[in-house]
Design a protein around this ligand. Structure first.
Ligand code: C5P
Length: 236
């Protein structure tokens, strides 16, 4: 896959009509889109069907975290919707990951298809102090490493991590273990928004990431088409 095929645009908007408008403006250069909690809560599974009708790939970013059976069942429902990537919180524990992986493998036996299972390590909004407050004794970096290893050992396909953690994850879990990195700001984007540790798309790919997630620099651009063109020029 070339780099452009590994760009995922985050559809963080209020409704399905706006999401589909953005998809149409991003195509054909961009063909992978992320649906998160806001949009999915507003529109539900019908939106996934609309996106699939647009012939694009979908990352369902609902970050499931619950008892193993509940998470596994939810992930199977996501798989039935035909999404290409789905994620769970690795802090839900190894058993939760393992149960989900087993259920996905059974699903694959029957359907010959399954979404990539990606683990969330530590949210990029949390720093060392926040982890201490929850009662975690390790630093964010150490936690990312531990949770990535937990994900890998229990059969997850990869992790969501900051672009600054790509190397740690690849070095500890191997280069085939997928990294999906948000916190991306192209040079043409004027603001960092609320992202703290950012990187340009080119640099994130240079560091070896598999997928980048980019939202507002595209979806809030004055001209989405122009923003996509600029991004495509950098990545071709
Ligand atoms: O607009 P922006 O490019 O900051 O969007 C990044 C997307 O990636 C958002 O949907 C955000 O929820 C998501 N994300 C993140 N950091 C994480 C996990 C997900 O920014 N650690």
């Amino acid at each position: 896959m070339n780099r452009l095929e590994r760009v995922i645009v985050a559809l963080d908007v209020e409704n399905g009509d706006r999401a589909i408008e953005i998809v149409k403006e991003c195509k054909p250069e961009i063909s992978y889109f992320k649906v998160g909690k806001q949009l999915f809560t507003a529109e539900g599974p019908a939106l996934i069907k609309r996106l699939k009708d647009e012939n694009v790939r979908v990352f369902l970013d609902l970050k499931y975290h619950d008892i193993p059976n509940t998470v596994a069942n939810a992930v199977i429902e996501a798989a039935k919707l035909g999404v290409d990537m789905v994620n769970i919180h690795l802090s839900g524990g190894g058993k939760m990951v393992k149960t989900t992986v087993e259920r996905l493998n059974e699903f694959y036996q029957i359907n010959n298809f399954k979404p990539l299972l990606i683990g969330v390590t530590v949210l990029t909004s949390l720093g060392d102090e926040d982890l201490k407050e929850i009662g975690f004794v390790h630093s964010t970096k150490e936690m990312v490493k531990r949770l990535a290893i937990l994900g890998k050992n229990n059969g997850a396909d990869g992790v969501v991590c900051s672009p600054h953690e790509i190397e740690i994850v690849k070095n500890t879990c191997g280069k085939d273990f997928i990294t999906v990195t948000p916190g991306i700001r192209p040079n043409f984007a004027l603001t960092k928004d609320d992202q703290k540790r950012i990187m340009t798309p080119g640099m994130a790919f240079e560091r070896g990431t598999d997928y980048i997630v980019i939202g507002r620099p595209i979806t809030r651009a004055e001209s989405i088409k122009e923003a996509v063109e600029k991004l495509a020029d950098k990545l071709r």
